[in-house]
Design a protein around this ligand. Structure first.
Ligand SMILES: [Fe+2]
Ligand SMILES: [Fe+2]
Length: 180
């Protein structure tokens, strides 16, 4: 059986694909395509934060804590802090969308800057999880019963929300219609 943490690794690859789109279409572009900025914001808020970080915060981190990884002062606290920083970047994007639609250059600049911060943060965050935290998970959550429980909770989330399926489709659509 693959370790259930592989589900989170696969989701990182999806999040990175949208980050790459943001880097090309927003960070490296002279004008911000607001419609795409809204799609990216929704993807990160609903899928990366709502579904993916939710699974980490409600399933992975508590199971690591139960296995003896400290909740405070260690990698879990760092990951939680970075999830919060990401939420702040997304709020900054959200709070400037309407003004940017009305043509405010300051709002467009604020959106670009918030996405730049988010992309940098998430790329480093994902690296740490892939290479440090998830490796710890494979060591600390290795019993058959623990892995089965984690798998069950991830599948329950997927079944209840359908978010991964929905946002994978949106991602494929966005990547397939890219005009540079
Ligand atoms: Fe995370
Ligand atoms: Fe993650």
């Amino acid at each position: 059986m693959d370790h259930p943490v592989e589900v989170l690794l696969e989701e990182h690859r999806l999040i990175e694909r949208m980050l790459a789109e943001v880097e090309t279409r927003i960070l490296a572009a002279p004008q911000i395509p607001i419609e795409f900025a809204e799609i990216a914001l929704d993807f990160f808020a609903a899928f990366a934060d709502g579904s993916h970080h939710h699974k980490e915060e409600r399933v992975l981190f508590p199971m690591l804590e139960a296995a003896g990884v400290p909740a405070h002062g260690g990698p879990i606290a760092v990951m939680l802090h970075e999830h919060d920083l990401g939420r702040r970047c997304l709020s900054d994007v959200r709070n400037n969308i309407e003004a940017a639609k009305s043509g405010s250059p300051a709002a467009a600049a604020a959106i670009r800057s918030a996405f730049a911060g988010y992309a940098e943060l998430l790329r480093r965050h994902i690296w740490k999880e892939d290479n440090i935290l998830f490796e710890m998970a494979k060591v600390h959550i290795s019993g058959e019963a623990q892995m089965a429980e984690m798998q069950r909770l991830f599948e329950a989330e997927a079944k209840a929300t359908g978010l991964r399926q929905r946002y994978e489709a949106i991602l494929n659509e966005v990547c397939g219609t890219a005009v540079y």
